[in-house]
Write a protein that binds this ligand. Structure first.
Ligand code: FES
Length: 304
């Protein structure tokens, strides 16, 4: 006689037990970590070694799964879909198999609240994510002191902090004036630009047409930033020197002038060279940086 794994109640199959939610699982981990912290040092060392040993097994298994899925055209797209799942992404990020991409994630979260903002005559732009803080600009009805402005601002802040695990704070930047055609030389002496987060990269002639140049720059606060500048049809574009796939450097990326693309040398992610949009994985994007030229020199805004 056949048996069934799920018990039947009154002739109907019983519902399978509900899977715990992500929040419940995360709380269980938090509780265990707090309990381990209270142990005496030798017991804590044993518990931590057990945790590291189990994580090492999980990591090895996950790496094998990812490699096998990535090796085959038929399964690669399924892998990218899986990586887009927040829990899977977090799991792979915790094991350092994929690099968390808070900017892409934050943009996706903002996309989900944008209809609500626009429905009230407002909007939001993500400027950057840095050290756990999302810097945004608010437009239209999101600005001001009215109740509805405050509500819309809260909506943006809550969505980012609750929706993106690596974001813990949101900073609203003052809106920049609209760009004009007044020559920038007369308005912004070089010294002031540095103060405002602009760094001088080098001569325009350092970047061959259809090629890439790498610049190691420093922000006003002393943080080093590696940047690539791509020149295509005489147009210069600057990006943070990190592939959106695994954050590996793009110094040796291949520029295809005919198709206007940039291909990462590591695993072949292909990008639109002038927008940074990833053509291999639509959710991914290179982080573009503002660039301007003065007197034959390239200036890039790398941040304060
Ligand atoms: S790091 Fe994998 S494609 Fe660029």
């Amino acid at each position: 006689m056949m048996t069934t794994a799920v018990k039947e109640v009154s002739g109907r199959p019983a519902e399978p037990p509900e899977e715990p939610t992500f929040e419940e699982l995360a709380k269980r981990v938090d509780d265990a970590v707090a309990a381990v912290a209270d142990l005496d040092p030798s017991a804590r060392a044993v518990a931590e070694e057990m945790k590291h040993a189990i994580e090492a097994i999980h990591r090895a298994g996950l790496i094998t799964i990812v490699r096998r899925l990535r090796a085959d055209d038929a399964t690669r797209s399924a892998l990218f879909e899986l990586v887009d799942d927040p829990v899977v992404h977090l799991l792979l990020s915790l094991h350092e198999i994929v690099r968390p991409d808070p900017t892409t994630h934050a943009n996706r979260v903002l996309q989900s609240v944008r209809p609500q903002l626009q429905g009230h005559g407002g909007d939001v732009t993500l400027v950057r994510v840095e050290d756990g803080t999302a810097y945004v600009r608010l437009q239209g009805a999101c600005n001001g002191c009215s109740m509805s402005s405050v509500t819309l601002r809260n909506l943006v802040e809550t969505a980012l902090v609750e929706g993106v695990p690596s974001i813990t704070a949101v900073h609203v930047l003052a809106n920049e004036p609209e760009p004009t055609l007044i020559p920038t030389d007369s308005l912004f002496p070089a010294r002031r630009r540095v103060e405002e987060g602009w760094a001088k990269a080098g001569p325009v002639t350092d970047v061959p047409d259809g090629g890439i140049a790498t610049f190691e720059l420093r922000t006003g606060s002393g943080r080093d930033v590696s940047v690539i500048v791509v020149k295509l049809d005489q147009r210069l574009t600057a990006y943070v020197n990190e592939c959106a796939h695994e954050a590996l450097p793009l110094d040796n990326a291949v520029v295809d002038m005919d198709n206007g693309t940039l291909t990462c040398p590591w695993h072949g992610f292909c990008y639109d060279a002038t927008s940074g949009e990833c053509l291999t994985a639509p959710a991914a994007q290179l982080e573009q940086l503002p660039l301007r030229t003065d007197n034959g020199q390239i200036w890039i805004r790398v941040g304060p």
